[in-house]
Design a protein around this ligand. Sequence first.
Ligand code: NAG
Ligand code: NAG
Ligand code: NAG
Length: 355
Amino acid sequence: MGLNILLPYIFIFSLLSSFLSSFGCSNGSECKEVNLCGKCEQGFHCFDCLAGFTGSRCIRSTTTDQFKLLNNSLPFNKYAFLTTHNAFAINGEHSRTKVPRITFSNQEDSITQQLQNGVRALMLDTYDFEGDVWLCHSFGGKCFDYTAFEPAIDTLREIEAFLSSNPTEIVTLILEDYVKAAKGLTEVFTKAGLMKYWFPISRMPKQGQDWPLVSDMVAKNQRLIVFTSMRSKEQSEGIAYQWNYMVENQYGDGGMKAGNCTNRAESSALSVTKSLVLVNYFRSVPLKDLSCVDNSANLMKMLRTCHTAAGNRWANFVAVDYYKRSEGGGAFEALDMLNGQLLCGYDNVYACKRG
Ligand SMILES: *[C@@H]1O[C@H](CO)[C@@H](O)[C@H](O)[C@H]1NC(C)=O
Ligand SMILES: *[C@@H]1O[C@H](CO)[C@@H](O)[C@H](O)[C@H]1NC(C)=O
Ligand SMILES: *[C@@H]1O[C@H](CO)[C@@H](O)[C@H](O)[C@H]1NC(C)=O
């Protein structure tokens, strides 16, 4: 299209945007007309949570980068990270097989967007499929045409691109791993160019000691932590068996009962001092329209319940569905609370800044 054709549109658009800016939607304030809400502050987006409030509001959409706000000189286990459950199961992603996909989704933006918004841990389900490793939803450890999302290599390449352009950030992958192909994971991580960031298991504490300092992990460029749910891979491929290093509460509906935070079967009891604590807070079957309520006050309450259950230890990872949906601060505010508690004993990481 030539500029002369575009000009009237540019003119109308600029008129419209100066008109719209007078609405001035900002933090938590109402933005009555969803479509007119081009004006949420940076880090916020206009959203309506029918199950939680009427109308539309500007709500949080990015985390606080605790390393940038403060510093990265503490051990890795002294920080908390936003985690997307089934990060690959993205709403509306086109089918990569010959048949339409018939399964649920848990997120709604790309891996790259998730990382850019401050997600630092991704839960991925890996399967043998089509002679390769795929990300898939499934039953009984088998991936089908109609439940497959995409070849793992595509997602891993997005992660590589992020690590490469963000040289002080650390990404953790938590794999629900069904890959039986010998060295299948090693092969796909190598192909994606991720081995150069690999954090070795030899540096992971097993008895509840502190992890290396984040600044040291950055200096050594060991910025990718990978956990597998398959115990044997620690021996065969040097991939950390998740529950040697981490405790975790029950996932799904069982993990959403108010006041009850209990370990999932594979994990040691929460009070056992593995150095890392993961809190799951998502439904067994994701319900997009309710996730904004789930990710708000109830999530906060569960983090406090799990803090007590874990022997007064705050979560390092908080896993949710539809991570941007909330009634206001959502999972982002939960992370500010956790980092505040972990770093300086206050309920908000910004309080650490003031000292
Ligand atoms: C919006 O929220 C941020 C962080 O919570 C705060 O720093 C900023 O001053 C707020 N802006 C307004 C207009 O309230
Ligand atoms: C707490 O949750 C666990 C895990 O889902 C469950 O086994 C247990 O029965 C629950 N306890 C109570 C009191 O609800
Ligand atoms: C880094 O931040 C933490 C948490 O606020 C603080 O305790 C520590 O003293 C800081 N370290 C440096 C070197 O600034």
